[in-house]
Design a protein around this ligand. Sequence first.
Ligand SMILES: Cc1cc(C(=O)NCC(F)(F)F)no1
Ligand SMILES: [Ca+2]
Ligand SMILES: [Zn+2]
Length: 308
Amino acid sequence: TQEAATTGTGKGSSGETVTLQTYQSNGTYYLYDTSKPMDGIIRTYTANQGSSLPGNYVTDADNNFQSSNQAAAVDAHYFAGLTYDYYYDTHGRNSYDNNGSDLISTVHYGSNFNNAFWNGSQMVYGDGDGSTFSPLSGSLDVVAHELTHAVTDTTANLVYQDQPGALNESMSDVFAVIVEAENGDFDWQLGEDIYTPGTPGDALRSLENPELYDQPSHMDDYYNTSADNGGVHTNSGIPNKAFYYIANDIGLDKSGDIYYRALTSYLTSQSDFEDARNALLQSAEDLYGANSTEYQAVSDGYAAVGIG
Ligand SMILES: Cc1cc(C(=O)NCC(F)(F)F)no1
Ligand SMILES: [Ca+2]
Ligand SMILES: [Zn+2]
């Protein structure tokens, strides 16, 4: 058989054409990217509206993935590559586990499935119902959000419950904002490109103004509930707002270095919001010193949301 790494093109859900790293075997082209360092391989599949994973490879006959039913896969593949690049280029992390594990994504999961998730081994994206969501891989921040769950699970391993769970969610939103900004698309919103296609300008969450989407942004408004693993997608508004203050103070790059160090060196599975403040302060001290403006920014940001 003849096999080779190839470079193709594809059209994502935004209608833009992107360059894709593909693989050719016996005249068929696969969404299979072998171009990453230390053989980080990115592989993208379709579940064809089923729920068995990973499903079938997404293939094309001429290496130009431009049909409408390929758009979600093009986005998932391309955005996974951008997120891989962020963690490798900025933090020297080789894939989500820093061990070069393959990045596997499956699109067209389920029927009208209004969500995306990391299942412990791979990313999974629904198509949405066309009203609440359009295909969820269509937003770089969503892809970076899900892949950051994998980074969290292989480092701090924050339990997905109550405050550790809200912190887990917040870390995914924080790096989602940073990865989008690194790719020239800075905003404080999460999921704006795929949320309610019929309503421009809204999003799933806002880090600048969590209240816009019914999230608290201060400990006084912590939401005690048993639903949603103790409100992990609600209470994440509090550490999200703290990040907003910190990044506004010292910028996204320094904030990203402080957050990455806290996530990978100090936080553990049961860390709560107070532990996060301490981990971020320690990281800021390690990187910039205890009397630095960066250290002060972390202290101020957490104080502003009622922590510390
Ligand atoms: C409520 C609720 C929100 C989410 C959520 O954030 N999903 C991940 C995303 F990437 F699709 F946004 N899941 O349940
Ligand atoms: Ca966004
Ligand atoms: Zn999440």
